[in-house]
Design a protein around this ligand. Structure first.
Ligand code: MGD
Ligand code: MGD
Ligand code: SF4
Ligand code: MO
Length: 780
């Protein structure tokens, strides 16, 4: 039986095994209470702190260790993030260490078959292959594709290896699929990719406006904090804008359903009303805002600039603008005009404007993938910032445009350490001073770091297809489940003359295509740090031993780099290398504006927020009352931009690149569920979580199903321009799409929904849109 089939069978079987085994292996909630006594008798039992392995909320956990095993989990009461709470994934997280098919040995493909080899041998081969490929095809023919689930030291070593060692910018991470539009949104509006608010905003805001994110399932602990805030003050309002009914919408005071992609027009309609009703903060605008315009009119379903054609280069030049031009621009966005194509009534648009504009409200806007996975992801980020800038509701407690991150270290590792083609640990490769700064710390010639970015994620896989890239090392990400338009990229990886290395903890569809598999030490099997959505860096010690020959991703990278002759770049001994790496990384960020918390501080407490200056975390940026980098007494200082002002952007509505038509009449949206983590490789090996959602499905509206004579549970075929696949229909489940739309979660490798999705991306951020394409539903 090949690996593939046996893995699928294992995962299927696990859904039906008893959850009792799970309850015994770890101790959430009541089970914990029953076992507390036993723990008292266990003189080896110890609680140790760590951030949660899963989402970007970054809850502090206490993991119970006994006889070398992680056996219990509870929320850390000392963590300001979750204050002792934890969600179902957090409670079950340690079980992800103990799946029966953990990778314990390295494997190398010989004559088409993967065979176990000692890890040293596999690392030798990886180094040799990289060297040979570089020799034959040049430095830009090898690449490293990492993750927002990399620890900070993993990311730092990756960057140093690729940019300072080999001298290529072929370094990307899956956060390109996740946070890239948030990054370019920050860069274009504020001149710096640096979030301004923090979770304590939740305790101060009295209006929460969600722009298409399902917090009840994806950021559950922050969602609980928001509900708790409303319990304490019943005048608090939660408004959930969404394209389908979710648990979040159900718990909100008001749900506003809108059509996919319509958020651009909705934001402009709100701005229109704020100006028309004179609800703007004139003095804030005068002192702290510049107006900018790029393209202001786009007709029809333009595909140019969507990245539909390979190699297309898009520029979106900024021109100075002003309030009057902005007012004129917004003429097209009256609530009545916008109501016609967004599905949102003019009254609701006015209500939203009232909430943003009222003197009495402190508004927190929250968003995640609905806005970032968008072919105009950068624009919609800009447009929501516009609303906070117009009203001056920004960078003060409770007035907060808040871009939520998804992965545990999307912010910490990918954005701060800069594991993207254009980035450096501080700054960008295009900037000479930034290159010099990095080169000095790295001890290399600044010219050794190439000044041009190479490939963003989708392009990197396209380059694998074209042959410009010949070698790819994939760590802590499962692209053969999670890339859009998957078939094209799987076929690319299998072409003659390509060499793929995959570091993972379990067999996955990505290890299936590997030439070398390296078994990794996961989370608390090694030391590391993550950085969460509120700029909080959190440290964890190694608490248990990794299985077999599994080795941390940091060490794997260093071992290969050393074999390639870059010993001088990685001088640290294995004993305390994480501390040394973190200390070197801090040199890049040092200064009055940045500054990371010292290693010792991170070891001793449940995290600290950067900029960490003079022994203090900074909670609110760009506000001189809180942020030491602001000019004292300035009130607000948006120092990321040269003029120290934030930008309001004139950005038009533009339709999605693929919209339903006669042939493909439905919208297809994809996303997540509470119990599963992305490709499911970890959560599907946790029996309780697997059992609760054992299989992917397609959610349909009751009316559509009735009209098409489809029953709940019946199998249908979904067909897009890229592929087809059968799913069982779910009607009135946890999520309920509106008529004309369907939703499929992507956690189940037996139903690779990404065979059907579209790989169009935002031309500025290069982040693909997994949230919309058109699909046909066939009865079978
Ligand atoms: N349980 C769990 N939690 C997770 C994760 C997980 O895998 N499992 N992953 C983490 C990660 S990495 C991420 S990125 C986050 C994702 O967190 P979310 O973004 O909250 O979740 P998704 O399910 O990806 O997105 C679903 C939402 O997209 C919205 N949407 C669809 N089309 C549009 C549109 O055109 N515009 C707008 N504005 N909204 C639209 C819908 O309203 C829907 O609620 O979750 C994080 N948390
Ligand atoms: N259709 C659709 N696709 C999507 C999205 C969507 O909304 N819809 N969302 C996109 C987004 S926002 C994201 S963030 C991506 C996520 O996409 P991926 O990162 O590809 O998904 P994960 O399942 O998180 O993959 C992490 C892998 O790392 C492994 N792993 C766990 N711990 C370790 C470790 O310590 N070391 C190593 N080496 N491996 C480890 C896991 O077993 C798993 O295989 O998916 C993207 N794809
Ligand atoms: S909310 Fe996120 S960080 Fe917190 S316990 Fe759940 S998965 Fe972990
Ligand atoms: Mo993500």
């Amino acid at each position: 039986m090949d690996n593939n089939v046996s893995r699928r069978r294992l995962l299927k079987g696990m859904a039906y095994t008893s959850a009792v085994a799970a309850a015994n292996a770890m101790l959430p909630g009541t089970a914990f209470a029953q076992r507390a006594e036993l723990m008292d008798q266990d003189d080896q039992f110890q609680w140790k702190k760590t951030p949660c392995r899963f989402c970007g909320v970054g809850c502090g956990l206490l993991v119970g260790i006994s006889h070398g095993k992680a056996v219990a989990v509870k929320g850390d009461p000392a963590s300001p993030v979750n204050k002792g709470l934890c969600c179902v994934k957090g409670y079950h997280s340690v079980q992800a260490l103990y799946g029966s098919d953990r990778l314990k040995k390295a494997m190398v493909r010989k004559n088409g078959k993967l065979e176990e080899v000692p890890i040293k041998e596999a690392l030798d081969l990886v180094a040799l292959k990289m060297q040979q490929t570089i020799k034959q095809h040049g430095k830009d023919s090898v690449s490293l594709y990492g993750s927002g689930q990399w620890t900070i030291p993993d990311g730092y070593v990756a960057s140093k290896f690729m940019k300072a060692g080999i001298g290529t910018n072929n370094l990307e991470a899956n956060a390109r699929l996740c946070m890239a539009s948030a990054v370019t949104g920050f860069l274009t509006s504020f001149g710096a990719d640096e979030p301004m608010g923090c979770y304590d905003d939740i305790d101060h805001a009295n209006v929460f406006i969600l722009w298409g994110n399902n917090m009840a399932e994806m950021h559950p602990i922050l969602f609980s904090r928001m509900l708790d805030r409303r319990l304490k003050d019943p005048s608090v309002k939660i408004i959930s804008m969404e394209t389908r009914t979710t648990r979040t919408g159900e718990a909100a005071d008001k749900q506003i359903l809108f059509l996919p992609q319509a958020d651009l027009a909705i934001a402009n309609a709100i701005a229109h009303e704020l100006l028309k009703e004179d609800k703007v903060d004139k003095s804030f605008l005068d002192k702290h805002v510049s107006f900018k315009s790029g393209k202001t009119k786009i007709e029809g379903h333009a595909t140019i600039g969507y990245g539909l054609e390979d190699g297309y280069k898009f520029t979106d030049e900024a021109k100075p603008s002003d309030l009057e031009a902005y007012r004129d621009f917004l003429d097209d966005y009256t609530p009545e005009a916008v109501a016609k194509y967004t599905g949102v009534s003019a009254d609701d648009l006015r209500y939203l404007a009232h909430l943003y504009g009222s003197k009495k409200t402190k508004v927190m806007s929250l968003w995640c993938m609905g806005m970032n996975q968008h072919t105009r992801g950068t624009w919609i980020n800009n447009l929501v910032y516009n609303l906070h800038l117009l009203t001056g509701k920004i960078s003060t407690p409770g007035n907060s445009p808040f871009s939520l991150t998804g992965q545990p270290s999307a912010c910490g590792t990918v954005r701060e350490v800069g594991t993207l083609t254009h980035k450096l640990p501080h700054g960008v490769v295009m900037n000479k001073q930034h290159r010099e700064h990095a080169a000095k710390i790295w001890g290399v010639d600044p010219d050794h770091i190439p000044s041009k970015p190479t490939y963003h994620t989708v392009d990197m896989f396209r380059a694998l297809d074209s042959g410009d890239i010949r070698f790819m090392w994939i760590q802590v990400t499962n692209p053969m489940v999670t890339m859009p338009k998957l078939k094209r990229y799987r076929e690319a990886s299998q072409k003659e003359g390509r060499f793929i290395v995959v570091s993972d903890i379990y067999p996955t569809p990505t290890t299936d295509i590997a030439d070398v598999i390296l078994p990794s030490a996961m989370w608390i099997e090694r030391e590391g740090m993550y950085g969460n959505s509120e700029r909080r860096t959190q440290h964890f010690d190694q608490l248990v031993e990794p299985p077999g020959e599994a080795m941390s991703d940091t060490l794997q990278l260093m071992e290969v780099a050393r074999r390639m002759g870059y010993n001088n770049l990685f001088p640290w001994d294995d004993e305390n290398h994480i501390e040394e790496i973190y200390k070197e990384y801090c040199l890049h960020q040092a200064g009055s504006k940045h500054g990371m918390a010292p290693y010792e501080v991170l070891k001793s407490q449940a995290g600290a927020m950067w900029p960490y200056v003079n022994g203090k975390s900074t909670q609110w940026r760009f506000n001189s009352d809180y942020d030491p980098a602001c000019k004292p007494g300035s009130g607000f200082d948006f120092y990321g931009n040269k003029d120290h002002k934030a930008n309001i952007w004139l950005r038009p509505f533009q339709p999605a690149p693929e919209v339903p038509d006669n042939e493909y009449p439905f919208w297809l949206c994809t996303g997540r569920v509470l119990e599963h983590w992305h490709s499911g490789s970890m959560t599907r090996r946790i029996p309780t979580l697997h059992k609760s959602v054992p299989e992917a499905y397609v959610e349909m509206s009751r009316d559509d199903a009735k009209r098409m004579n489809i029953l709940d549970g019946e199998e249908v075929r979904l067909v897009t321009r890229r592929g087809k696949m059968n799913f069982k229909v779910k009607i009135d489940g946890r999520g309920r799409p509106v008529d004309g739309q369907v939703f499929v979660p992507f956690f189940d490798e037996n139903y690779l929904i990404n065979e059907l999705t579209l790989d169009s991306y935002c031309p500025i951020s290069k982040q693909p849109d997994y949230k919309k394409c058109s699909v046909r539903i066939e009865k079978i």
